[in-house]
Design a binder for this molecule. Structure first.
Ligand SMILES: [Cu+2]
Length: 211
């Protein structure tokens, strides 16, 4: 086989693999293992992009990396809400906090707290923020996978068994359940106890599987 024919063979191989790649990037695909990062576009009440949040699965939960801009300086509540719908301007469509374990709001609550409770983000005088935080309470594994592997919603199952009603699952809850979820940024910082302390919703982004 001459140089020319092996070149053609290599070219054919290359085009065959590009076809496979194209199929993979166009077909919707749920993440099934740690390492596949989701990018959430955050938009304000006027539907302007105010940054992105990377949602990266880890071996122990989820790492959030927020890169934000054009926000009011100061502290802002940052939560996961229970519906993957962000209708401006008030974003009430996103529902309440993501709370599959039926807890109370805030890290200061002694019992179960909302899985969607996350730390505040602090915006600079320039209107930007770059924040990373990790939680072991949330996962971007599909809800079905979490259920099949015995992870996730077992908190509710345990509650149904009576005596262990106050025991909470240590496994993470899926951000990609049937209703979807959304990241919501509030006008004020969360005081980690009062559900209303963070005030109105100023930005929202739907967490969805890669398309
Ligand atoms: Cu919120």
């Amino acid at each position: 086989m001459g140089v020319r024919s092996s070149f053609i063979a290599a070219a054919l191989l290359l085009s065959a693999s590009s076809v496979v790649l194209a199929q993979q990037t166009t077909a919707p695909q749920l993440p099934t293992r740690p390492g596949q990062t989701l990018t959430v576009d955050m938009r304000d009440a006027k539907n302007n992009l105010v940054g992105t949040v990377q949602v990266r699965p880890t071996a122990h939960g989820t790492l959030f990396t927020a890169n934000l801009m054009n926000l009011q300086p100061g502290g802002h509540g940052f939560h996961i809400h229970e519906r993957g719908v962000c209708d401006p301007p008030d974003f009430k469509s996103a529902g309440g906090h993501f709370n599959p374990n039926q807890g109370e709001h805030g890290f200061d609550h002694r019992g179960k707290y909302h899985a969607g409770d996350l730390p505040n983000v602090y915006v600079t005088a320039q209107g930007t923020a770059m924040v990373e935080f990790h939680t072991d309470r949330l996962t971007v594994l599909p809800a079905q996978t979490v259920a099949q592997t015995g992870a996730g919603m077992s908190g509710q199952q345990t509650a149904g068994q009576g005596d262990a009603g106050t025991q909470e699952s240590m496994e993470p809850y899926s951000l990609l359940g049937p209703n979807g979820t959304a990241i919501v940024i509030h006008a004020n910082p969360d005081d980690y106890s009062d559900v209303n302390s963070a005030g109105p919703r100023i930005a929202c982004g739907v967490i969805k599987p890669p398309s």
